[in-house]
Design a protein around this ligand. Structure first.
Ligand code: AP5
Length: 217
């Protein structure tokens, strides 16, 4: 693939499949910005933005925030100058209405689908620890050097408020019922690269690069 070719990569997959983790690695590898819809929504709540009170209950329950809000945030993000050469988008679109929106504004050139069993997804999420600076750890697979303390900023590590068994079940159910329909539609358009996400982080990263024709493993 020519380096100059515009890459608009969407990463989809069940909760805990490593979308955020792999989006960051791809961003570093390709020199393209990565953004996550979940992260943008959490930021809107943290900075008490205009939609904060509307978004918060959906995040806590693990259900999709209303499409008009996520589509508005997407439009805003895609107006920023850093996405002119392309982008890596994690967690959008998750429903057909969202798919129609992104296809009209900036149609993806590649859709990477991380595949992981629900059992492993739950194991990953219940062990996830996050830092206010954005670093993500796992109690078993990526523990911080000092328990409960972020290696990068020294802040306290916490579980995400939506990493409860009930919210995880809700999020997985939405994935199977709504997002898989989006994936089927992108598959019909010949855009999907399925990746086994059960391996280690570097193994999954290498498989994505290989699938996108960016590097041989
Ligand atoms: P979002 O923040 O996107 O959450 P999610 O989809 O539930 O995905 P996660 O962040 O839980 O998982 P991930 O796949 O990114 O995994 P990660 O890399 O962190 O969305 C949150 C909420 O926002 C939604 O519930 C909804 O309310 C709302 N929202 C988001 N998008 C929306 C949209 N489009 N429309 C409407 N509402 C929307 O990894 C997980 C853990 O596993 C970490 O601890 C990590 O260290 C570890 N890990 C990662 N890879 C590996 C590996 N290969 N081996 C071992 N451990 C690994």
């Amino acid at each position: 693939m020519a380096v100059s070719e515009m890459l608009r990569i969407v990463i989809l997959g069940p909760q805990g499949s490593g979308k955020g983790t792999q989006a960051e690695l791809l961003s570093f590898h390709l020199g393209l910005p990565a953004f996550t819809m979940g992260g943008m929504l959490r930021e809107e709540v943290t900075r008490n933005g205009s939609h904060a009170s509307e978004i918060k209950p959906y995040l806590e329950a693990g259900t999709l925030v209303p499409h008009w809000i996520s589509i508005e945030l997407l439009r805003k993000r895609l107006r920023a100058p850093d996405v002119v050469r392309g982008f890596i988008c994690d967690g959008f679109p998750r429903a057909v209405e969202q798919q129609e929106a992104i296809d009209a504004i900036a149609p993806p050139t590649h859709v990477v689908v991380l595949q992981l069993s629900d059992e492993l997804a739950v194991e990953r999420l219940t062990g996830r620890l996050v830092s206010a600076c954005g670093e993500v750890y796992h109690v078993k697979w990526f523990p911080p050097k000092r328990p409960g303390i972020c290696d990068s900023c020294g802040g306290k590590l916490e579980h995400r408020t939506d990493d409860t068994p009930q919210a995880i079940r809700e999020r997985l159910s939405i994935y199977h019922h709504e997002t898989e329909e989006v994936i089927r539609r992108y598959e019909a358009a010949g855009l999907v690269h399925y990746i086994d996400a059960s391996g280690t982080v570097p193994v999954v990263h290498a498989a994505i690069l290989e699938a996108l024709g960016l590097r041989k493993t």
